[in-house]
Design a protein around this ligand. Structure first.
Ligand SMILES: O=C[C@H](O)COP(=O)(O)O
Length: 252
């Protein structure tokens, strides 16, 4: 049985005071459940503050990216050790904004994934096709390439620390959610591929999140799909009431 993971990616939003307030409001909105987990990914500058606010809750904290080394001359980067030092336990890697705006390649993302796993972080590994790729019938080819390259060299025993987030680029921040059928189809494909790369048991246990305009109004039907195990939420995670409703999704 896979535990749902409801993750909020704050992207480049929130000063310290705003972050503390939002984290406290999210903590208040969380019901006491044992069938789901909550993860917040604030900007680096407020990770420690958020971790402090949620320290007596089950909410986990993630960074929005991470380097593969523990320290060194990597200007602008932060290390897995630093993430853990400020109370983080996970890192988002391969987000489409990193791929598209900052030109991160599958090879670089793979380095990040392997480094994060080596230093004991949970990896939220993001993949997804652009609109052109979907319309050109290339969705599955792209997903397969991103997964095979991004997870190259990962040992089967490390897969328990990996969560995949399927985020079709055309659905991110656009208000255009993938339909539940489109999302389920992609998730089932991803699970099949993981079974092929590792083994069925690994695929059965791996959580695959959906991301892209998840809102309080569509979360229930998305979460009712058999291969959707959670959500990676952007815009709606910046409002405690909306994110609270998403966390507290109703089982259909
Ligand atoms: O990391 C989150 C995703 O990019 C989704 O963002 P969004 O919910 O604003 O579409």
């Amino acid at each position: 049985m896979r535990k749902a993971l409801m993750a909020g990616n704050w992207k480049m939003h929130n000063t310290t005071a705003e972050a503390r307030q939002l984290a406290a409001d999210v903590a208040k909105a969380c019901r006491d459940f044992d069938d789901r987990e909550v993860l917040l990914a604030p900007p680096y500058t407020v990770m420690a503050a958020v971790a402090d606010v949620v320290k007596n809750t089950t909410i986990q904290v993630a960074s929005q990216n991470v380097c593969w080394e523990d320290k060194g001359a990597f200007t602008g980067e932060i290390s897995p050790v630093m993430v853990k030092d400020v109370g983080g336990s996970a890192a988002i890697i391969g987000h489409s904004e990193r791929r598209q705006i900052f030109k991160e390649t599958d090879e670089l993302i793979n380095q990040r994934v392997r480094g994060a796993l080596k230093f004991g972080l949970t990896v939220v590994f993001c993949i997804g096709e652009t609109l052109d790729e979907r319309e050109g019938g290339k969705t599955f080819t792209i997903l397969e390439e991103q997964i095979r390259k991004g997870l190259a060299g990962v040992a089967p025993e490390q897969t328990k620390d990996i969560v995949i987030a399927y985020e079709p680029v055309w659905a991110i921040g656009t208000g255009k959610t993938a339909s539940k059928e489109q999302a389920q189809e992609a998730h089932a494909f991803i699970r099949g591929l993981i079974a092929d790369m590792f083994e069925k048991n690994v695929a059965d246990q791996m959580r695959i999140l959906y991301g892209g305009s998840v809102k309080s109004t569509n979360v229930d039907e998305l979460m009712a799909q058999p291969d959707i195990d959670g959500a990676l939420v952007g815009g709606a995670a910046l409002d405690a009431e909306s994110f609270g409703r998403i966390i507290n999704f109703q089982k259909m």
